[in-house]
Write a protein that binds this ligand. Structure first.
Ligand code: AGP
Length: 315
């Protein structure tokens, strides 16, 4: 296992900077991989059940959107809910579990549940030798390499890309991860400016909603700030009461709704950071990962080892 930071301030910073090479590796590996069997199984299935925890759950939400784009029904479950609130399963449905470590107890339990129901199983997993990777019918490797920082960064990007390749095929556009990473000095300045902010709300629609959820998890994990992700339209249904001068709203998207949101936020004296532009979800999340990293460093926290958290929740 590579335990050298290569001159970076933390493993998290090193791992974010590895994203461009991870993206290239995933594309290279999947260019020649025969996916026909696993794709045929998805095509034939009436319904896809997806289970995962934390960051990997957000990959599941992204995958579910991709499945919807190709006309395939699916549902994403928080893995710890599967055994206690069993999903309605019909014959020939299939299941997908997503996990960086391949050892997460809740995800393993969900997988066992799906197997008992007789479902075919697919994993999107970063550790080929892990329990989950070895227990499924099809394991799709994510080639992110060892991830040491507790906050998952490069593994999330690799998982999203593998889900996209599996469901929709190889993306045409080149990933502009390097371009986003080159904005690090600007993002660092924002982190300095918002060092004492009390709460952060991330808002977005569609894929941006998923990015908002993952952004909020990333920032709360390593800064200990109260952060939440919302679908932009939900702002008017409760969260509006949170807006004040100690709140930062990071709004993803270009649509009219996001412009209305920006106006709403400004009028309530909350701080706003509008992240617009035609960016892929992977490019957008790198932005949030870097912001989380620098905010955590501004607060003098241990970015790689946030309090109370472990890399893999096996129990
Ligand atoms: C990610 O930043 C978190 N540390 C956490 O949510 C993690 O994604 C979750 O515990 C699932 O882990 P896994 O991907 O190894 O199954």
């Amino acid at each position: 296992m590579c335990k050298i930071k290569n001159g970076f301030s933390s493993f998290m910073e090193k791992e974010i900077n590895e994203i461009p090479e991870v993206i290239s590796r995933v594309k290279q590996e999947y260019k020649t991989k025969d996916m026909s069997e696993v794709r045929a199984i998805i095509q034939a299935a009436p319904f896809v059940h997806i289970a995962a925890c934390g960051t990997a759950y957000h990959v599941g939400l992204m995958m579910s959107r991709y499945l919807e784009e190709i006309g395939k029904r699916s549902k994403v479950y928080i893995a710890s809910e599967v055994a206690t609130s069993p999903p309605l399963i019909t014959q020939d449905d299939i299941s997908v579990v997503i996990t960086q470590s391949g050892e997460t107890g809740d995800t393993l339990n969900a997988l066992e549940h799906f197997k008992k129901q007789g479902l075919k199983t697919i994993a999107i997993c970063n550790v080929d030798e892990s329990t989950i990777a070895r227990s499924v019918d099809f394991n799709l490797s994510t080639f992110a390499g060892p991830e040491i920082s507790i906050a998952s960064t490069k593994a999330y990007c690799a998982q999203v890309l593998v889900a996209e390749i599996l469901v929709k095929g190889m993306p045409d556009a080149d990933c502009r991860a390097i371009e986003v990473i080159s904005k690090s000095p600007e993002i660092k300045k924002k982190a300095k400016r918002f060092k004492n902010i009390k709460r952060i709300l991330f808002l977005g629609k569609g894929e941006d909603y998923v990015t908002s959820l993952e952004s909020a998890l990333k920032v709360k994990e390593i800064t200990y700030l109260h952060c939440e992700g919302f679908a932009t339209g939900e702002l008017w249904h409760g969260p509006l009461s949170l807006l004040d001068s100690k709140t930062l709203c990071i709004v993803y998207g270009d649509c009219k709704k996001s412009i209305d949101t920006v106006a709403e936020v400004i009028v309530r004296n909350a701080n706003i950071w509008h992240v617009s532009g035609d960016y892929h979800p992977i490019e957008k999340i790198i932005h949030a990962q870097l912001f989380a990293l620098y905010l955590s460093q501004e607060k003098g926290l241990d970015t790689d080892k946030p309090r109370n958290l472990v890399k893999s929740v096996v129990g």
